[in-house]
Design a protein. Structure first.
Length: 202
């Protein structure tokens, strides 16, 4: 996808320096309150950003979605900006030159747990209820479980450029959180805690 997007952008801006940043992500969460469902969410997002330089100025554009057509549109939009920008050649890459062959292998998946999205979200409900029960057993002052939540996220990022830069990485994370109500000194005290983890694949 990244290479096809770069080729499409180059056709719209021949002879100019291009860099594309592509990202795709997925998130989901489950929250429970006193053993009852509170909220469930799932979302997917994707998009790309483009930087374009002519050796004098640098323009940028971004959009949602991942497609060669979107990349071409970004190149057209960024190219149209160049004539409106004040020249500032410092730090702007030289224009031109065909895309170089892959200079290095894609980065390995360093922080990816392939299982984080395999199980149905609702299978975590009894685990959250057990976590809440353990919190009650740990301290008799805990009287209410205001929230017990699980969340997971996954993201992929790719960067390609006409200068030959190529990078790819993906990662995932998972989190647990509790919000408790405890009786102390005649009043109800609230407290919360969470843990976020990004397990390495083996």
């Amino acid at each position: 996808m990244a290479d096809a997007a770069l080729d499409a952008a180059r056709r719209e801006a021949p002879g100019l320096a291009l860099e594309l940043y592509l990202v795709r992500g997925r998130d989901r969460s489950l929250e429970r309150r006193e053993g009852r469902p509170e909220m469930t969410t799932e979302s997917v997002e994707e998009g790309m950003g483009l930087r374009l330089g002519d050796g004098k100025a640098l323009a940028a554009a971004a959009s949602g979605g991942l497609s060669a057509e979107s990349a071409a549109d970004l190149a057209r939009r960024a190219k149209a900006q160049l004539s409106l920008l004040t020249p500032d050649p410092s730090g702007v890459g030289r224009a031109g030159g065909p895309a170089a062959a892959a200079a290095a292998a894609a980065l390995p998946a360093t922080l990816m747990d392939p299982d984080v999205f395999k199980a149905p979200l609702q299978c975590y409900a009894p685990r959250l209820d057990e976590l809440a029960a353990r919190a009650r057993r740990a301290d008799r002052r805990v009287k209410r479980i205001l929230n017990a939540g699980f969340g997971a996220s996954l993201a992929e990022v790719a960067i390609v450029s006409t200068a030959g830069a190529r990078a790819y990485e993906r990662g995932s994370s998972a989190s647990l959180g509790l919000t408790l109500g405890a009786v102390s000194g005649g009043g109800l005290q609230l407290g919360s805690g969470s843990r976020l983890a990004r397990p390495r694949s083996t």
